[in-house]
Ligand binder design. Structure first.
Ligand code: NDP
Length: 423
């Protein structure tokens, strides 16, 4: 296919997602539990947007001409250039927290760069990926270019990660499984990109200006998508003078969140994705209590039916506690006070993860200084959870390898060939 034809087709996939936005939002809600209204305004349009954004790149994947000197061949003339070629067969394994969006983040750049894909959605949430597969065929992509294969991680996922005919594996999920993928990929040394977990600090300084905006931002940072976000602002770090006010404010926001079934129009927070996830999140909640933390609000399951949990704000925590160190992946935030900026940075960076961070200050120099010092793939200043197809996303440290979205992602799905002609 010519780059232009490919670009038009990828654009059409974005259009078809928008045309089926209501249907996809409903499927996502039924499958994952997230509010349909949220899926309709966030997940679905963002999924369409990455196809539209990537469509433009299809005609702009260029190599370079490179003047070379070759010191051991005096007088010889060469013409050297690079080609950027697709990697080949790409395996993609995605999680259940943003099922359609993760499929889109993975498929759009792989197709733009001319690869073929086998994509495995999470066993809990395969519906939108399957529907997207149908829409991709409807857009006119030849059969066999995109293959959606459902199945469990230990079988279907593991087979994909270790298969000798798969040239690259792209994975989003837990850091634990990310390491399994790396080991499985070693057999044929396939290329690997990983978008993994996080325990992201969200730092509020007393010069944040509009404190209500910072409080609302901190609540959104942890409670959006029921805290089932790899970049959730799960460690709230607040300058001591305003600590009580901010923690109370976030707790007030937590209490106001309307919990209910995903399909109900007024639901703001649906159930967690599965029984397993409910057990995991409530186990962390109980551990925090046993370790002596103070629960400002929440801390338990919500009701007796379904996988609902209370939005939870915890203080009086210590660095060693599991709730402070580990990714809970639920609506649970730990709040810690700090005295000085010099003190907060090492503490914010004191984690094996490095996916995202938030900073709230109106002091522009401080904002730049702190952003530079945070070891995180994304730093949001006076905002949180801002995503865009043009913005690279990915992790420092054990939060991953490589960047998704933006033009950086094109590097993950192409390889460079140097061609040298003796003249
Ligand atoms: P996993 O990392 O296990 O799942 C992510 C994907 O990997 C799923 O498609 C899963 O398949 C697949 N998978 C699982 N095991 C293997 C394997 N051995 N080889 C290949 N693929 C595999 O996450 P979980 O769903 O188990 O969630 C557990 C925790 O992981 C969460 O509580 C959260 O902390 C974290 N997580 C982080 C995410 C992130 O975006 N950073 C996303 C999801 C979870 P399947 O589940 O279908 O069997």
């Amino acid at each position: 296919m010519t780059p232009s034809e490919r670009g038009k087709l990828i654009w059409k996939i974005g259009d078809l997602i928008l045309e089926h936005a209501d249907e996809l939002a409903e499927l996502e809600s039924v499958d994952n539990g997230k509010p349909r209204v949220v899926a309709r305004v966030a997940d679905v349009p963002l999924a369409a947007d990455i196809f539209h954004y990537m469509a433009g790149w299809a005609t702009k994947i260029e190599g370079n001409t490179i003047p070379i000197s070759v010191p051991y061949a005096p007088g010889a003339n060469f013409h050297a250039f690079t080609l950027r070629e697709p990697i080949g067969v790409v395996g993609q394994i995605i999680p259940w927290n943003f099922p359609l969006l993760m499929a889109a983040w993975k498929l759009a750049p792989a197709l733009t760069t001319g690869n073929c894909v086998v994509l495995k959605p999470a066993e809990q949430t395969p519906l939108t990926a399957l529907r997207l597969g149908e829409l991709i065929l409807e857009a006119g992509l030849p059969e066999g270019v995109v293959n959606i294969v459902t199945g469990f991680g230990e079988t279907a996922g593991a087979a994909l990660a270790s298969h000798d005919d798969v040239d690259k594996i792209a994975f989003t999920g837990s850091t634990e499984v990310g390491k399994i993928i790396v080991r499985a990929a070693a057999g044929n040394l396939k290329k690997v990109s990983l978008e993994l977990g996080g325990k992201s600090p969200n730092i509020i300084f007393k010069d944040a200006g509009d404190l209500n905006a910072a409080i609302a931002g901190a609540a959104n940072a942890i409670f959006f998508n029921h805290g089932q976000c790899c970049c959730a602002g799960s460690r709230l770090m607040v300058e001591r003078d305003i600590f009580d006010q901010v923690v109370e404010g976030v707790a007030e926001q937590a209490k106001k969140i309307k919990i209910g079934p995903g399909l109900a129009a007024d639901t703001e927070m649906g159930p967690l994705v599965s029984e397993e996830q409910l057990q995991r999140v409530t186990r962390y909640m109980n551990q925090g209590k046993q370790e002596g933390a103070c629960y400002v609000t929440g801390g338990a399951r919500s009701g007796q039916n379904g996988y609902f949990v209370q939005p939870t704000v915890i203080k009086d925590v210590k660095p060693k506690m599991s709730i402070v160190r580990e990714e809970i992946f639920g609506p649970v935030v730990v709040a810690e006070p700090f005295a000085k900026p010099e003190e907060v940075i090492p503490r914010a960076n004191q984690t094996e993860y490095g996916l995202a961070a938030g900073v709230w200050t109106r002091d522009i120099s401080k904002a730049h200084r702190i952003a530079a010092q945070l070891k995180a793939g994304t730093v949001w200043v006076n905002c949180y959870n801002v995503f865009d197809a043009a913005l690279p996303f990915g992790g420092y440290k054990q939060s991953g390898w490589g960047r998704e979205m933006g033009h950086e992602v094109l590097n993950l799905y192409t390889q460079t060939k140097a061609v040298v002609l003796g003249l």
